[in-house]
Structure formats: C-alpha cells, structure tokens
Design a protein around this ligand. Structure first.
Ligand code: UTP
Length: 294
C-alpha cells in the first residue's frame, strides 16, 4: 500500500481577473453556489476523501477565507440567544477540526506552481493532494475519493480528468493516453492549451492532483513558463520522466466556477438538484426561458 494521502493544498491566491468586478474585494472562492461558498465544496470533498490537514495558500484580500473556517463567536451567541439550533448546526458542520486548517501566504501571484511550492514546508516529505477550488466537482463519491481509491492500488502521481468537446481542447491542459488499466490509464504527456487540431486527446486536467513531494524540489527550480508564471504543469512534465503518472476519468460533473458561465451553470445545476429549492427553481427556469424566447 502506498503512503496515505493526509494533506491537501488549496491554492487560493489567484487574482480572479475573469470575474471582475465581483472579485475586486471578495475572493472568487467565496462566491456562492446555491448556499455555500465555492471553497466549501472543495474542503468537503477533501474531508470525504480522508484528508486530515487542509493547507490554504492565500494572498492579498483573502482573509475572509480564513474567517469562514473559524468560529464566529458573535454570530453564534446571537443564534443561541434566538434559539436558532439548525443555523448553529450548519455553522458547526463546516468547521474543520481545531489545528487542522493551516494558512500560508503567496506574497505575489507568480503562478499556480509557485502557490503549491509555498506549501512545501507544511507538506514535508509525503505525497499530497492539490485541489483547485474554483473547479467544482459534483459526484458521489467525490473526485478526490475516486482518485485516492485509484492511488491506493496504483501509487504514483494521479490527475483527475474530464472530457471536453474536441473543438474546445485549446482552452485546457490536455493529456496523452498510454496503457489503459480500466479505472485509470498511464499518462505519457501533457500539453497546455494545444493549438486547434493538435490535441493528443480530449481528456483535460480538471484541477485535482495527487503528487509526490519531489514536485516541490522541481517547483523550487522551475523557471517561469506560459504567461510569465511558474506553471505546475511544467514541473509535472519533468516529474513524469522520473515517476509514474496516471489519469483517472472523473465520474461526475465538472463546473469551472472561475468563469462566469461555469459559475452560472453550477448554480442552476446544483440548485435544480437541491431537494428543497429544485422543484420551484425548475418552474422559475422554465418560465424565464419561455419569456426570453417570446
Ligand atoms: P487561475 O488560472 O484560475 O487564475 O488559477 P486566477 O488568477 O485565480 O483567475 P483568473 O484567470 O485571473 O480569472 C488556478 C488556481 O491557481 C490559483 C488560483 O487561486 C486558482 O485556484 N493561483 C493561481 C494561485 O494560488 N496563485 C497564482 O499565482 C495563480
């Protein structure tokens, strides 16, 4: 059995420029899907996969993420006074165990690879997970649980994959498929945003990774790549020459909540699935569609 995956890194130091002006003062990870901030979905997914230590790499204007995972004494006192037991339960259910949520800071947004590297001392010498919170993964079991199940059998490095339309491959990090093992396959290459017609497949990396801690050494030496940023993919490509890499197709839905359309899609889809809100939202959606077409 390979070493267990106990730690997860959540890089949340990006600027969220695609979502301005909403993200001018509010981190994109705190925008809500139905009734929870985007970051909460990723944290719940990690906890359901057995993660014990949550490591947030934050940046400027992200303090509210820390507050979200802390006690809110005044709010709780008021709820207690007003006998709002169910609201109290909701608040308590989302609190990580004391001491299990750690925060480190990326002083400047130098890229995803650099953000992950900022967690190197907390990660130490063990394999770890990375979850990009703005990629909301809706599935049962959750995406990271599915990956950990594969990892426990295969070891190595694992990326979760979703499929896109073949003419959308230029928007994603695309992998090349090697030997197939049923639930997962070997990855023989990765290319960021390939030019139209050149993509090796339509499997894209959807924002969930299980990585060997050796990636940290490589990230420390990594030169800036595309967009002048330190790219995680560049160091993963180097690591691929040294250690096994597998991709596992995610059984579930992927929503890119860092883009406006993906965010709206997630709100509608998860709202429709919500047992309380779904039926009425379906009616409202139908009416709105009919009105917009008339
Ligand atoms: P994105 O590519 O979505 O970039 O980052 P962004 O800056 O957050 O958003 P846009 O493109 O300007 O709208 C992917 C993930 O990497 C994190 C982001 O927070 C997000 O989770 N990231 C990116 C960092 O933590 N630091 C960085 O320097 C860059």
């Amino acid at each position: 059995m390979p070493k267990p995956i106990r730690k997860a890194v959540f890089p949340v130091a990006g600027l969220g420029t695609r979502f301005l002006p909403a993200t001018k003062a509010v981190p994109k990870e705190m925008l809500t899907i139905v009734d929870k901030p985007v970051i909460q979905y990723a944290v719940d997914e990690a906890l359901a996969a057995g993660i014990e230590t949550l490591i947030f790499v934050t940046g400027r204007n992200k303090g509210v993420i820390e507050d979200h995972f802390d006690m809110a004494y005044e709010l709780e006192a008021t709820l207690r006074e007003r006998n709002k037991a169910s609201a109290m339960e909701i608040l308590n259910a989302q609190l990580p165990t004391a001491g299990n949520a750690l925060f480190t800071r990326q002083q400047a947004p130098l890229g995803l690879g650099h953000a992950v590297w900022c967690a190197r001392d907390i990660v130490g010498d063990e394999p770890f997970a990375v979850l990009l919170p703005d990629m909301l993964m809706s599935g049962d079991p959750g995406a990271l649980r599915q990956m950990v199940d594969v990892y426990n059998r295969s070891g190595g490095n694992i990326v979760s994959l979703s499929r896109c339309d073949p003419d959308e491959t230029h928007q994603y990090g695309i992998v090349s498929k090697g030997e197939d093992f049923g639930t997962h396959f070997e990855i023989t290459g990765m290319v960021e945003k390939p030019k139209a017609g050149t993509a090796p497949s339509n499997y894209y990396i959807n924002g969930r990774y299980i990585l060997d801690s050796k990636i940290m050494t490589l990230l420390g030496e990594q030169k800036a790549g595309a967009g002048g940023e330190i790219q995680l993919t560049d160091s993963m490509l180097t690591l691929m020459g040294q250690l096994p890499f597998f991709g596992t197709p995610f059984a579930g839905e992927t929503y890119d909540c860092g883009s406006k359309l993906g965010f709206l899609r997630a709100n509608i889809a998860l709202g429709l699935k919500d047992s309380e809100l779904g039926p009425e939202l379906a009616e409202i959606t139908k009416r709105l569609l009919a009105e917009s077409q008339s």
